[in-house]
Design a protein around this ligand. Structure first.
Ligand code: NAI
Ligand code: MG
Length: 508
């Protein structure tokens, strides 16, 4: 894997920063206008490589490569079973390169190495799952109310898919698009986040190594408006798939609407975790910690609003605060670390702004609320717990994308559900109770695409994920996603041996 960024190539290495080019048509292609942008290691706050600063000319080149690859017999005529085998091979190659990929992403976005290792262990499953699905994608025959008509449907690939992805989990979130899109026979142009291009650039060549023809998977790096927008607007891109902020997702959807192509959106959240009076409070407290402090809160599914029944409120807050106080903050590459940095200085500033807003709106900081002293120079923020904040405050309404949780009390089930659903988002929710009926009743009442009961943050390629309300459009994961990456054609065949009659002559 010659193109991967090795963990040694950090900012401590002497000499100029390593440069990464676009990956187009199976080749490393320098940016058309020669510009590069630095990517920062959030643990140290220093740049550790430069990546191509793509523009419309680079996107044009990548879409041309993907368009050509889509119609080329070397891909178009590959059998569905063979497609599946290629995907499974990618899964194996990821396994072989897991450590290097994990280091690369940890260094680039500050995610814990141990979490990345777990993610890399799960990533091949996506390629195995969609590899298995590849030759089970087919249409159906439809009676069409006549024995003399054969009507059948074909599920065809849509063509070139444009994927735009964020910095919080580049490999995982891009895989959720890549594996099904390729299983369906499409080709792809991927625009990773300007903050974290390295892991995707390391992954892309593995597709050719596995046997995919060049041009099936392409990567153009750069800023959203410069390298993402031309991809959104390119008339040859037949389908868009985006993960990121609701604001950018809404903009992309609007642009896609102008040229009438589909845009799948996986967006933000303000997910509630409801802790009922009968819950195992220790277990729930651990679920709260995992829900908000994993990845320093930089996950779309962060459980950032905790609704605790009044009778267990104090106990829950005490447990969460106690554990927050012992969380080991530091270098994400150190396996003992439990909380790494925010991925960017902008993200740290944003978290601080929300903490200030929470204080100004009358919140009490039960723990945290500032920058820890790590001595590392990066973008660290303490795990932070707010009490005394109403659901109508900014901290409870807006996605912070950081390690900040607000704990709100409720008195009965109806109130809990009302507060939980009183948000513009609808991505995920957690329920903590020992009462089985209450669990199912509450799950049914919540406006959330994913509901976890007595657990949080579980994910599988087999289980569909969708965002309700402003949390998204369309589905990822599971078999359902095939509909997102195929177009449906209906074919009508007249099987009667009668000649077609004159349409203006009434037959008796
Ligand atoms: P973003 O949503 O703007 O960026 C995601 C991707 O979209 C990146 O690849 C970016 O380059 C691209 N992009 C941005 N503008 C674009 C445009 N006009 N056309 C095409 N592509 C474009 O998120 P960003 O700026 O990285 O973070 C801002 C905030 O978004 C964060 O503070 C966080 O709250 C939220 N966010 C939420 C995520 C989630 O999974 N829910 C993921 C990332 C960010
Ligand atoms: Mg970076």
């Amino acid at each position: 894997m010659s193109t991967a960024v090795s963990a040694a190539a950090t900012d401590t290495a002497a000499g100029p920063l390593r440069r990464h080019d676009h990956y187009i048509g199976g080749e490393h292609v320098p940016p058309a206008d020669g510009q590069y942008l630095p990517s920062v290691n959030p643990t140290t706050g220093k740049a550790w490589y430069e990546t191509a600063r793509g523009t419309a000319a680079d996107v044009d080149r990548a879409v041309t490569a993907a368009t050509r690859a889509f119609t080329d017999p070397s891909w178009r005529r590959v059998s569905q079973t063979r497609r599946g085998a290629l995907l499974r091979r990618v899964g194996e190659l990821i396994g072989e390169n897991a450590e290097e990929l994990a280091h690369t992403e940890s260094t680039d976005n500050g995610k814990l190495l141990r979490e990345m290792r777990a993610q890399l262990a799960a990533l091949p499953e996506y390629f195995h799952y969609y590899g298995g699905l590849a030759d089970k994608i087919h249409g159906e025959t439809i009676p069409a109310n006549s024995v003399e008509i054969l009507n059948y449907t074909l599920r065809e690939p849509v063509g070139v898919v444009g994927a735009i992805t964020p910095w919080n989990s580049p490999l995982l979130l891009t895989t959720a698009k890549l594996a099904p899109a390729l299983a369906c026979g499409n080709t792809m142009v991927i625009k990773p986040s300007e903050y974290t291009s390295a892991s995707m650039l390391a992954l892309a060549p593995l597709f050719e190594e596995a046997g995919f023809p060049p041009g099936v998977v392409n990567v153009v790096t750069g800023y959203g408006p410069e390298a993402g927008a031309p991809l959104v607007d390119d008339p040859r891109v037949e389908k868009l798939s985006f993960t990121g902020s609701t604001a950018t997702g809404s903009w992309i959807s609007e642009r896609a609407g102008r040229r009438l192509v589909r845009a799948g959106l996986e967006l933000g959240g303000k997910s509630p975790q409801i802790i009922f009076a009968d819950a195992d409070v220790e277990s729930a407290a651990n679920g709260v910690i995992a829900g908000i402090f994993a990845a320093a809160g930089q996950t779309c599914i962060a459980g950032s609003r905790v609704l605790a029944h009044r009778s267990i409120y104090d106990e829950l807050v005490a447990r969460v605060v106690e554990r927050a106080g012992t969380i080991r903050i530091g270098d994400p590459l150190d396996p003992a670390t439990e909380l790494g940095p925010l991925a960017t200085p902008a993200q740290l500033a944003k978290v601080e702004e929300y903490v200030a807003a929470g204080r100004a709106e009358g919140g009490t900081v039960a723990y945290g609320g500032g920058r820890p002293d790590t001595g590392l120079g990066g973008f660290f923020h303490q795990p932070t717990v707010f009490t005394e904040l109403g659901n109508d405050t900014r901290v409870c309404r807006e996605e912070i994308f950081g390690p900040v949780v607000a704990v709100i009390s409720f008195d009965d089930d109806a109130e809990a559900i009302r507060i939980a659903n009183n948000t513009s988002y609808g991505l995920a929710a957690g329920i903590w109770t020992k009462d089985l009926s209450r669990a199912h009743r509450t799950a049914a009442a919540l406006d959330a695409g994913t509901v976890w009961v007595n657990m949080y943050r579980a994910m599988s390629p087999m289980s569909p994920r969708s965002g309700f309300k402003t949390s998204g459009l369309g589905v990822e994961h599971g078999t359902e996603v095939v509909h997102e990456y195929t177009r449906l054609k209906s074919v009508w065949v007249n099987t009667s041996d009668e000649p077609a009659g004159d349409p203006f002559v009434m037959r008796s």
